[in-house]
Design a protein around this ligand. Structure first.
Ligand code: AMP
Length: 231
């Protein structure tokens, strides 16, 4: 598939993946490469809560309980955000769409604004691998540095390289909590991934190294130079 010769390529990326799949790392790389924003609905909501806006007040209890904020709130919020000038060359959506009605809304919104279909990417990591990854995570309680006993161990077992403090396991990095988070993700996002399958969602094997994942994602996207030179 070619991306055409036009200099002004608008790229819209949807990034899906379970908690712990490395989505944050890949989102950072994509937004650096294209110089456009990552719009995270969770972050927009947290800012509204902090600013104590009406929206924030309505959302805060739902968020605290781990529920989903209503589509009637989220959809206009996204519509407003992606109309901002910094999204003119494209954007990455993180945490949206999270329901099929949100996905349907987004399809109509992009069409109504004459924007291209999004490139949907699913960073797929089996539950067992996520559990292994997260339960082997250790953190320094003093400086916050994160280690992994499998992929990124400290020089001396159980001790922070930077300041010699004994490393700890975070309370929410237990198998039980991780499995609960994964189930919630699967329930909410499974049908949305199914929705995008008809337009060809790209499955990327997230069990490989961040560099390998990055290279595969790069191959799915148009060249950054053409997008970055757009006005
Ligand atoms: P996140 O940082 O993406 O995990 O989002 C934090 C919280 O914000 C979620 O637990 C939901 O309560 C809410 N939220 C974020 N994005 C959405 C969305 N697309 N639809 C509904 N609720 C959302």
């Amino acid at each position: 598939m070619g991306w055409g010769e036009a200099a002004e390529v608008i790229v819209i990326i949807l990034l899906f993946g379970p908690p712990g799949c490395g989505k944050g790392t890949q989102a950072a790389f994509i937004t650096r490469r294209y110089r456009f924003p990552a719009v995270s609905t969770g972050e927009v909501l947290r800012a509204e809560v902090k600013a104590e806006t009406d929206l924030g007040k309505a959302a805060s209890a739902i968020m605290a309980a781990g529920g989903l904020v209503g589509d009637d709130v989220i959809n206009p919020m996204v519509a407003k955000r992606i109309a901002q000038p910094d999204c003119a060359r494209g954007f990455l959506l993180d945490g949206y769409p999270r329901t099929v009605p949100q996905a349907e809304f987004l399809t109509e919104l992009l069409a109504a604004r004459g924007l291209p279909k999004p490139v949907a990417i699913h960073i797929d990591v089996p539950a067992a691998a996520i559990v292994a990854r997260i339960t082997s995570r250790r953190q320094c309680p003093a400086c916050g540095k994160i280690y992994n006993t499998i992929s990124q161990p400290p020089l001396v077992e159980g001790i922070c390289d930077a300041d010699g403090t004994a490393l700890i396991t975070r309370a929410d990095d237990t198998e039980e909590v991780v499995r609960k988070r994964l189930r919630a993700y699967e329930e909410a996002t499974g049908p949305v991934i199914e929705y995008y399958r008809r337009d060809g969602i790209h499955r990327v094997d997230g069990t490989r190294t961040p560099t390998e994942i990055r290279q595969e994602i790069e191959g799915l996207l148009p060249p950054a130079s053409s997008a970055a030179t757009a006005q």
